[in-house]
Design a protein around this ligand. Structure first.
Ligand code: MN
Length: 426
């Protein structure tokens, strides 16, 4: 199914004046602080977040999976679903594919559907965390870190294959996340596992076209519960430096131990020009894959505060590749993604409102109270009308979730696809 522009325009009618009135108030308030509300609206309108192909169906836990009706059964349908979110929000103009779950049968047909929906192909994701049915080598005891040379080469070749598929689609980057690690002390030799991983990544890096980037994701635990070979940002940073200048660290919000200061990690990486990608989600205990901003919205704001500072000051850091990395076990996946995009835009808008000149002065004067006040003044501002204005400017709808329900999109998808379909890979 596809939404037409008249439906969207009708939905917005009568709402423009209200949005303008709310923003006039913010314009007056923030012009006193030399913050341009209209420049912020433009930045919000330009902001695009990639949707991963695996977030469009119902995910599961190791205990079970509960299907959601109307799930996309093919890559074509996944792109159509992202097209729906993008039409409503104009913030989801990119897809991140997962190979082998999303190998296109007809590359040109897939490119046409993406183009038709205004979607570009962002980072490609390889998969060496599970054995496929036709696999000739196993990843049970590791992939790029493996002591078994045949398994390691098999994993390297898979990544090279992913690069080839990505090239055909117009992608410009590869994200590598490894499940490699150990469940028990003594199971692996830490040094040999790390050296193998470095050698494997260098081999993959050398197979990338000159205009491609390599993103190296890290995670402290899970699926292995004793050690992970790329456990933290420092290990990822070290590996990225070993590979070369187009290799970067990727930060995933859920891949940290509780209470880790993620905003400081972001600042450190951007200072060194090595923050390449960023995955959004939220969590209470670990890699919970919950909806962005649903648990720790102030933390998300503090992280965005560093991202905004880095984007303004660290010209040696590339523009980060943004992606939502979440799994939806009980919610409608499309509604969850709309909620996630809303939370991302809110945190970004609040970070853009920070009075940076005043903050710098307060920091120099060691006025701790005022430093806190300046940040919280931005955080406590209701920025939803700015996001609405950005959406009006981009021909999206002012309230995507309400529009999704008003247009009965899930009901139509169930009618088209049935209740028992299951997305590939899930
Ligand atoms: Mn991730």
């Amino acid at each position: 199914m596809k939404l037409n522009i008249d439906q969207l325009t009708d939905f917005n009618s009568n709402k423009k004046d209200l949005v303008n009135n709310e923003n006039d108030f913010l314009r007056t308030e923030f012009s006193k602080k030399n913050v341009s509300v209209d420049a912020i609206i433009q930045k919000l309108a330009d902001f695009q977040v990639a949707i991963p192909s695996w977030a469009l169906g119902a995910g599961g836990t190791r205990f079970g999976r509960f299907s959601y009706g109307g799930e996309p059964a093919s890559l074509e349908q996944k792109l159509e679903d992202i097209g729906l979110i993008h039409a409503l929000t104009k913030t989801a103009g990119a897809v991140s594919l997962h190979i082998p779950w999303d190998i296109p049968e007809d590359v040109n047909a897939i490119k046409d559907i993406a183009l038709d929906n205004g979607i570009i192909f962002d980072a490609m994701n390889s998969n060496t965390f599970q054995d496929q049915t036709d696999a000739t080598e196993s990843y049970k005891f590791g992939s790029l870190n493996s002591m078994n040379e045949a398994s390691r080469q098999y994993a390297i070749e898979h990544n090279k294959e992913v690069i080839k598929i990505g090239e055909q689609l117009g992608s410009k980057s590869l994200t590598v996340w490894l499940a490699d690690g150990a469940n028990f002390p003594g199971q692996i030799n830490f040094q040999k596992a790390l050296l193998n991983t470095e050698d494997s990544l260098k081999d993959i890096y050398s197979a990338m076209p000159d205009d491609w980037k390599l993103f190296i994701e890290y995670k402290p635990y899970e699926p292995n519960f004793y050690s992970t070979t790329i456990q933290d940002w420092g290990t990822s940073f070290m590996l990225a430096n070993a590979c070369g200048e187009r290799a970067y660290t990727l930060v995933d919000l859920g891949h940290h131990l509780p209470n880790t200061n993620i905003e400081q990690i972001v600042a450190t990486l951007m200072l060194k020009g090595k923050l390449g990608g960023f995955h959004f989600n939220d969590s209470k205990y670990g890699d919970d894959d919950l909806t962005v901003g649903s648990i720790k919205p102030y933390n998300l704001f503090l992280i965005f505060n560093e991202l905004v500072y880095g984007m303004e000051h660290n010209k040696n850091n590339p523009y980060p590749a943004w992606m939502i990395d979440a799994s939806h076990n009980i919610k409608d996946p499309l509604e969850d993604l709309i909620q996630s995009l809303e939370a991302i835009m809110i945190a970004y808008a609040q970070a853009l409102l920070v009075d940076r000149n005043a903050l710098e002065v307060a920091q120099l004067e060691n006025d701790t109270v005022m430093c806190q006040e300046i940040l919280q003044d931005a955080y406590r501002t209701d920025v939803r009308s700015l996001i609405k204005a950005a959406r009006i400017q981009s021909n999206a709808v002012v309230d995507p979730l309400l529009a999704y329900r008003t247009f009965k999109i899930r009901k139509q998808l169930i009618t088209e696809r049935g209740t028992k379909v299951m997305a590939t890979g899930l």
